[in-house]
Design a protein. Structure first.
Length: 96
């Protein structure tokens, strides 16, 4: 019914969007590690996606980085601690 008896011209396939490949690093080098230690604890929102975007590392490296910063006590968890969604924020003076 929508095609109205074949009068309208045939629907063309939309050209799919091509997602650009991210050439992200799979390990930390010294420079990236230092950058991570300096910058990430300053960010208001810290998730694997944010870390991966900022430092150009892949997701699993970003997760490790977040865990590492948490152990050092530089960042803190927001809400429930869950494996699914690692949401952190920076440490705000003292316990909160």
């Amino acid at each position: 019914a929508a095609m109205a008896g074949g009068r309208s011209k045939k629907k063309k396939w939309a050209k799919g969007k091509v997602k650009e490949k991210l050439a992200n690093m799979v390990m930390f080098d010294k420079a990236t590690y230092d950058k991570m230690m300096k910058e990430i604890p300053k960010a208001k929102l810290i998730t694997p996606a944010v870390v991966s975007e900022r430092l150009k590392v892949n997701g699993s490296v970003a997760r490790q980085a977040i865990r590492h910063l948490e152990e050092k006590g530089l960042i803190q968890v927001v809400g429930e601690k869950s494996a699914k969604m690692l949401i952190y924020t920076r440490k705000i003076g003292g316990d909160e």
